[in-house]
Write a protein that binds this ligand. Structure first.
Ligand SMILES: Nc1nc2c(ncn2[C@@H]2O[C@H](COP(=O)(O)OP(=O)(O)OP(=O)(O)O)[C@@H](O)[C@H]2O)c(=O)[nH]1
Length: 302
């Protein structure tokens, strides 16, 4: 049997319904922490199986409205994420139509994405408009950009979502799955847990380091007493950064751990034992394979 696997980047204006759509396609509330838009970097938002195809959804946060230097770097990285994805889906809101924001995204898509990259259009919230308006918008959008396909959906009610998912599955390149099917179930939790810690680090360290560190959940153990033991590693790019992350007498990492643990307990609704370790991984930025796995690649100078 032919298996398929690949990355899909979901892009669109804030509020377009990306989280709602993802939750529907992935079938779990995986995007719980993602509304804190500006603290996130492109990463896996969820994984869905569609027949023999494994669809890995990547997030491209901070795609628009760069304000500070850091944000500009993030926008660049986000477009890198979209460019690396096998398929891009632009999600727009039916009742708002071709807004200035949507036009700006379309312009960027045309300018930044490699030619031939399939970009599908998903017109969301169709429950809010009449059929004629929808047809007009479809024409208008397809005049603005040669979309590979147009879908009319309601992420909230589920209309058309199955068609979109089936199309994505069929369009992905042939290849082996990135994740064993039985691991997909707890993968989002591991990623959410890592994201929570990364967010606390970002809050604590302000703009000093966040770009150069990453958090990975190494181990997740369900204890008999109903609690969860979570082991995470914070990777920093340079030996000098380790001290900053640890803080004086380990105060910084301790505060980060406490804050992350509190949020995880609330999210998981049970006791959590969180263990954080800080390690130096000098070639962190060069580990391209890792990034391409996330649908994101850092280039020199970013
Ligand atoms: N009427 C209607 N509302 C929808 C539909 N899909 C999503 N929404 C609503 O649109 C709002 C935004 O949805 P989200 O999924 O949070 O949007 P998002 O694109 O992830 O937003 P950001 O995280 O800000 O980028 C929510 O209030 C949803 O309930 C739909 O099909 N119909």
């Amino acid at each position: 049997m032919t298996t398929r696997a690949g990355f899909v980047a979901l892009i669109g204006e804030p509020n377009a319904g990306k989280s709602t759509l993802l939750n529907r396609m992935v079938g779990a509330k995986v995007s719980i922490v993602t509304h804190k838009v500006q603290t996130t970097r492109a990463r896996i938002r969820g994984i869905a199986m569609e027949g023999e195809a494994q669809i890995v959804f990547v997030d491209t946060p901070g795609l628009f409205r760069p304000r500070r230097r850091l944000d500009r770097a993030m926008v660049k990285a986000a477009w890198g994420g979209a460019a690396d994805a096998d398929i891009v889906v632009l999600l727009i809101e039916a009742h708002r139509g071709l807004t200035e924001g949507v036009q700006a995204i379309v312009d960027r898509v045309a300018a930044e994405l490699p030619k031939g990259k399939p970009v599908a259009l998903a017109i969301n919230k169709i429950d809010r408009v009449k059929a004629e308006a929808l047809l007009k918008l479809t024409e208008e959008m397809n005049a603005a950009y040669p979309f590979a396909k147009t879908f009319m959906i309601s992420a909230e009610r589920g209309h058309g979502v199955g068609d979109l998912k089936a199309w994505l599955g069929a369009e992905l390149p042939e290849g082996t799955w990135f994740y064993p099917e039985d691991q997909i179930a707890d993968l989002p939790l591991r990623m959410i847990a890592a994201e929570v810690t990364r967010e606390k680090l970002t809050l604590r360290l302000h703009e000093e380091l966040p770009y150069q560190l990453t958090v990975e959940t190494e181990r997740w153990e369900e204890k008999k007493d109903g609690s969860a033991r979570i082991d995470q590693i914070v990777y920093v790019a340079r030996a000098g950064h380790k001290g900053i992350v640890l803080g004086h007498k380990g105060e910084t990492i301790k505060a980060v751990g406490q804050a992350a643990r509190a949020e995880l307990m609330e999210f998981l609704d049970r006791p959590v034992h969180l263990f954080l370790q800080v390690k130096v991984r000098e070639n962190w930025q060069e580990e391209r394979e890792r990034y391409s796995e996330m649908g994101l690649e850092f280039k020199d100078g970013d």
